[in-house]
Design a protein around this ligand. Sequence first.
Ligand code: AMP
Length: 358
Amino acid sequence: MFAIAARELGYRISIYSPESDSPAGQIGDVEVTAPYEDLAKIREFARSVQVVTFEFENVPSITTEAAAEFAPVRPDGQVLHVTQHRLREKRFLQDHGFPVTPFRAVSSRGELELAARDLGLPAVVKTASFGYDGKGQTKVRSEAELGIALEALKGAEGIYEAFVDFEKEVSVVAARTSAGQIAAFPVFENSHANHILDVTFAPARIPPRLAQEAAELASGILEALDVVGLLTVEMFVTRDGRLLVNELAPRTHNSGHLTIDACVTSQFEQQVRAVCGLPLGSIEQRSPAAMANLLGHLWLGGEPNWPAALEDPSVKLHLYGKREARIGRKMGHLTATGSTTDEAVRRVVRARERLGIR
Ligand code: AMP
């Protein structure tokens, strides 16, 4: 989707991916297939382009450092360094005065017990690195379950977070240029199933004051991290109406996909503009919209019934061109617009139901 937006603006696109025939590789002019650790290949790649960006934050820092010898990497390696490690990220946010879930670093039974005493139960224990979509997470309900969390860490560094009994989850996708211009998209409201994003709609059903606060919070984080490019801030809205930052992603985000069909500028065009030194586009939302993810299980009975989903002319289908449908894998999404968010949500959920698979 980034490559499509870049192409529309007249750019040529080179893709570097450990996998061949990647969704972006199908759109790009050049596709290089090599591991991130192949620094000679990375240097050769960076020499051939004018700017480097990414859509996956777990790229090793040695890789971005090697690329940065030949082309600007946006967001830069420092932003990646902070955001690819949950503890560094939470400490950074806390040190800069941003509200976060209470947390502790844990890697032993003793530290887990201490954290449970200080922060209470229930809690979520997450691995510090390589976690997303609930991967590497264990919910702990009682002291007795601390052992399960310790085992799940498999010796890796972990983070103990007090369980937030949130009212809802929202996210803000914001862009910042090297000149310091910032634009935040309207607040997205997200619902998850099995820790994976299921449905997003915008505008979020929150008071305007809170939406303003969320946008300011996101802008403040982009400035503090000196982001050039895009950053997504996932937040919890607590039952007493406060915002807590859950996680940062230094890239476009699944919750921002509805911008393609609902906003003057999509999140992908915004990323292109931000990393290529262009002024940012309008984030104005043209109509209420909702997005529903299409995960791999929908293919279990063969090809889903696309014509049925598209019977409603307000529904748009986006498929990513991934060859293999695995359970839980994000294969595409549907977007619907409507005169209200409720209507958009209803339309998109019904369209997905018409695919014929539960
Ligand atoms: P994450 O990978 O941190 O984004 O977590 C995935 C999902 O797990 C979140 O979107 C929440 O629904 C849930 N979750 C994560 N951390 C917490 C927490 N501290 N309290 C309650 N729910 C959480």
